[in-house]
Design a binder for this molecule. Structure first.
Ligand code: 9WN
Length: 439
């Protein structure tokens, strides 16, 4: 264990990590392991960059938007010139997709829409700075509002065609919580064909222990879905028919609800009355969708496997989607701080692990099957603060800063020992640290 660093030292180190991962107009999600831009990472990275340099935060999101598809979809990876990540642009083959941009290489799926949270942070930081920085931030919001609106409309249209208020995902990668036990059952039905092209993973070279990452069997399924989507050229309508994984993701839906509210607020300021009203309708629709998933037995929100029609009954942090988007009657809040979750006596810090520590299947070192992810703690802190629960937000912030005090910016943390795991210079971890440290 390293000597704890003070708040000032920690902020400097976090800024250093972001500078180290800066590729010019985009920030790599992590050196070596993730040498490209990831969509939801870039949103959270922009939240942190807004504390360092508003213009640089703006550049980050403008780069992301240059990769937006003509349908409105924002792809989950924007490839840099760097290599060493698999699956890279050749494997995705998105140049065959009519809607893909021609000048930038991207993946063909999406990730959670956290971006509006960052746009609001950029505007606030720009206004606080004043002068030319304020003008740049205001111009950025004015010029890009339509693109964010198109992104939300695409999610609400292509991914919730039946208007249930739940976003459907076609790949665990879209949830951002790749190998969460939430996806085990839906993935069990994804059987890679004999014609799945061979593959060599690169991710295993960049972590301390291969058990921190998904298995080869899981990767075969991940790549089979890429293959299915590639074969229909990532066409939205065709994809829905052929893809072997279709799940209504409760947490992504909750993010869409709160982000639509944020965007509506920006629409108000721009005088875009109709757009703001439309976004508030979306927020209400997705909140209602999230509320409709709550399990009468566990009190947690649930994903719905659209192919089998079955609810997914796992005890993961995504089950707190109702708390996150403000449709909780107090039951979830009590559960969140209670001993199956943040109040579990064996935890090193009172923070929500990706899977309940009381679940016998929880795996404390394996990726989304148990570790604590700082960005998840940040998202809950952001949501609680927005709901006026300053005390809850403060508890998450203080515990997170204690977890980060040794100066590594782990991708995820072992919940019982506090050991950082995965990449140790993870950009979004550094970014949310800067936000937590800001006055
Ligand atoms: C696949 C970049 C991304 C995060 C995801 C996280 C991990 C990628 C991977 O890294 O996913 O998208 O190769 O494992 O699960 O949430 O956006 O940090």
């Amino acid at each position: 264990m390293r000597v704890p660093v003070s708040g000032v030292g920690l902020g400097d180190r976090a800024a250093e990590v972001l500078r180290g991962n800066d590729l010019g107009s985009m920030t790599a999600a992590a050196p070596r392991l993730y040498p490209h831009m990831w969509s939801w990472d870039s949103g959270l990275i922009a939240v942190g960059l807004a504390r360092l340099s508003v213009p640089r935060a703006i550049t980050e999101l403008r780069t992301l938007l240059r990769a937006q598809w003509s349908t409105g979809m924002i792809p989950h990876i924007v490839f840099s010139a760097g290599d060493g990540y698999f699956p890279g642009p050749e494997r995705w083959g998105t140049e065959s997709a009519a809607a893909a941009p021609r000048t930038v290489r991207t993946s063909g799926i999406c990730q959670p829409p956290v971006h509006a949270l960052a746009v609001r942070r950029i505007l606030d930081a720009g206004r606080a700075a004043g002068g030319e920085i304020r003008d740049q931030a205001e111009a950025f919001v004015r010029e890009t509002f339509g693109s964010w609106l198109a992104w939300h409309r695409w999610l609400a249209g292509a991914r919730d065609p039946d208007r249930r208020g739940l976003v459907e995902i076609y790949h665990g990668w879209e949830s951002g919580m790749d190998n969460s036990p939430r996806w085990d059952r839906p993935y069990a039905a994804v059987v890679p064909g004999d014609d799945l092209p061979g593959f060599v993973r690169t991710d295993l070279h960049h972590v301390g222990d291969v058990h921190e990452r998904p298995t080869d069997d899981e990767y075969g399924r991940y790549l089979w879905i890429v293959e299915q989507l590639r074969r229909v050229r990532y066409d939205d309508a065709a994809a829905r028919d052929v893809v072997g994984f279709r799940v209504a993701d409760v947490f992504m839906s909750a993010i869409l609800a709160v982000a639509s509210d944020e965007l509506a607020g920006l629409g108000d300021e721009l005088g875009r009355v109709d757009d703001a009203a439309e976004l508030r309708e979306l927020a209400a629709r997705f909140r209602a969708g999230v509320a409709s998933t709550v399990s009468p037995t566990t009190g947690l929100g649930r994903d719905l496997d659209r192919r089998s029609g079955r609810w997914i009954e796992t005890e993961t942090v995504a089950g707190f989607a109702p708390l996150f988007c403000g449709v909780d009657d107090g039951t979830q809040r009590a559960l969140f701080w209670g001993e199956r979750w943040c109040g579990h006596p064996a935890l090193a810090h009172p923070l929500p692990p990706s899977v309940s520590p009381a679940d016998p299947g929880m795996r404390p070192r394996t990726y989304w099957r148990g570790p604590v992810w700082p960005i998840v703690s940040w998202l809950f802190g952001w949501a609680l603060e927005r709901q006026g629960d300053d005390d809850g937000a403060r508890r998450l912030r203080e515990a997170s800063l204690r977890q980060l005090a040794d100066g590594d910016f782990g991708e995820y943390y072992e919940p019982f020992t506090g050991e950082p795991l995965g990449s140790l210079q993870q950009s979004w971890t550094a970014a949310v640290t800067l936000d937590w440290l800001a006055p």
